[in-house]
Ligand binder design. Structure first.
Ligand code: NAD
Ligand code: UGA
Length: 482
């Protein structure tokens, strides 16, 4: 086996592949990294000369790409060439929930992973370590090994493979810090020397005691379980927020009080509009599928409820907006602050904003959506409704029909004649809004709905507007007319 790793490639230049390889390249200048993707546009964006069009927004990423790109980090569409020269190949492609066929709606669609395994089997040379970086169902490594072997069986030259699991735990918005200072690095496998080799790459910057070596199935299952536990905390706190609203308790006080218990801990206890992102829902559903497959019905039901309550919670927010605005929002202008699934990312996958905005449009609302990083074309794709184009900058004159409309705004000069403001993403920009100015522009009675607990309630009340804050029972039934 080649113990001298010179070339590493990563198949998939997405939210994981791009930042992960950039971090590795910055920490391992003696190794050359190739990030390859079939999506030419994405690769062109990674190669954008002035770094203005990187395909993902992630604090600190641009600076790191600037340091490494075209030195020991290369972005390319030449998958074959990258595979041929690599000692280690990371597979970091998308693994969404299957839409059709066996396991539809729950199990992961592995067609992209299978395609990668076939290409690696075909084009690799000599001994190659194949690393699962994508989040995968338990025992996928076995499938990958079989595909690699069958593709390689026709080869004239000798090939061999070892498959390792090395799931990624980064969160979007904090990816660079998560990659630089991970809580742990998990390497699952059977082959000790392949595991050691991968561990040595991480040891260039991660303390050895943080690198956990497990069997391959534990590693695959630990990744799904981590996401399930994190999502479960959010569903738990969001379910309690509804009780707070009914009883007069305040979810922020409840979170603070329970988070002080060192057995519970304070992280991941912020009540919000429901968890989004590309992974929590898909990974829990994957776990549900796994449990069902093994006949563990009760286990499956337990985890499925985490997703069900999240769906219920997202619906609940749109309903509250309608109820507070006298039961109708038809032709009412509502300002949506934030469309990304969390702050500091341009990612909208599974964002709570999608469902909430769709529900408001269904009720005939006229939405003005602001987000500092999300591309309005992405919003169009997510809402499946074209942006209304004839809207003048500040005074919005929508056509009179019962279907809602939406328009994107790059700036925050959007409050004129609005009936309500709904905060859905916790961007810093929204913490400093001058609510006394805003109040003067809005229709009365004006409402601010804060689903992220970032707005200063005192300022809203001083400005004479009505405030609904998620999980704050103390403000219930508080309607004023100025
Ligand atoms: P992504 O959709 O952003 O990127 C995947 C990329 O793979 C795409 O650019 C796609 O074009 C490319 N691709 C697909 N098939 C290919 C092929 N055969 N050859 C070359 N390129 C191919 O996905 P992501 O968010 O980076 O997630 C990747 C995996 O990592 C998923 O399994 C996800 O569950 C997991 N994960 C994601 C995160 C996250 O924060 N996004 C965190 C941890 C783990
Ligand atoms: C999550 C995990 O945190 C990562 O460890 C994991 O690697 C990743 O999924 C993955 O496998 O894809 P991510 O989805 O990027 O990361 O972001 P999170 O910070 O976990 O937020 C997920 C959702 O939960 C967001 O919508 C966020 O707003 C929401 N959230 C988070 C809350 O509502 N409250 C909280 O206290 C924390």
């Amino acid at each position: 086996m080649n113990h001298n790793v010179k070339n590493i490639c990563c198949i998939g230049a997405g939210y994981v592949g791009g930042p992960t390889m950039t971090m590795m390249a910055s920490k391992c200048p003696h190794i050359s990294f190739k990030v390859v993707d079939i999506n030419q546009e994405r690769i062109e964006s990674w190669n954008d000369e002035n770094l203005l069009k990187l395909p993902i927004f992630e604090p600190g990423l641009k600076e790191l790409v600037a340091k490494t790109r075209n030195k020991n980090l290369f972005f390319s569409t030449n998958v074959k060439e990258a595979i041929e020269i690599s000692d280690i190949i990371f597979i970091s492609v998308n693994t969404p929930t299957k839409k059709r066929g066996l396991g539809a709606g729950k199990s992961s669609d592995l067609k992209w992973v299978e395609a990668c395994a076939r290409e690696v089997g075909k084009f690799s040379k000599g001994h190659t370590i194949v690393v699962e970086k994508s989040t995968l169902p338990v025992r996928t490594a076995e499938v990958i090994q079989k595909i690699l072997n069958s593709e390689a069986s026709d080869a004239k030259n000798e090939k061999s493979f070892r498959v390792l699991s090395n799931p990624e735990f980064l969160a979007e918005g904090t990816a660079i810090n998560d990659l630089e200072n991970p809580d742990r690095v998990l390497i699952g496998g059977e082959d000790k020397s392949a595991m050691r080799l991968l561990s040595q790459i991480y040891e260039n910057w991660v303390p050895k005691e943080k690198i956990l070596l497990t069997n391959i199935w534990s590693s695959e299952l630990a990744k799904l379980t981590s996401n399930a536990f994190l999502a479960q905390r959010i569903s738990s706190i969001n379910s309690i927020s509804a009780i707070c609203e009914a009883t007069g308790a305040d979810i922020r006080e409840v979170s603070r009080a329970i988070g002080k218990d060192s057995r519970i801990g304070s992280k991941f206890l912020d009540s919000g509009p429901g968890f989004g992102g590309s992974c929590f829902k898909k990974d829990i559903l994957n776990l549900v599928y796994l449990a069902e497959y093994f006949g563990l019905k009760e286990v499956a039901k337990f985890w499925e409820e985490v997703v069900n309550i999240n769906n219920w919670h997202q619906k609940r927010i749109a309903k509250i907006v309608v109820q507070k605005l006298f039961g109708t929002i038809s032709e009412k202008k509502i300002i949506i602050l934030g469309f990304a699934f969390k702050a500091n990312t341009n990612d909208t996958r599974e964002s709570a904003a999608i469902k909430i905005c769709k529900d408001l449009l269904e009720e005939g609302a006229e939405l003005v959506i602001h987000d500092p990083k999300v591309n309005p074309l992405q919003i169009e794709i997510d809402l499946k409704v074209k942006q209304f184009s004839d809207i003048k900058n500040e005074s919005i004159d929508y056509p009179k029909n019962n279907l809602g409309n939406w328009k994107f705004s790059k700036n925050l000069n959007i409050f004129d004649n609005a009936h309500a403001v709904l905060v859905l993403t916790e961007w810093e920009d929204y913490k400093n809004i001058k609510w006394d100015h805003v109040a003067k522009k809005m229709k009365k009675p004006a409402w601010v709905f804060d689903a992220r607990s970032i707005v200063n309630e005192d300022l809203i009340k001083k400005s004479g507007m009505n405030m609904w804050s998620l999980g704050d029972g103390s403000s219930k039934n508080d309607i004023r007319d100025f």
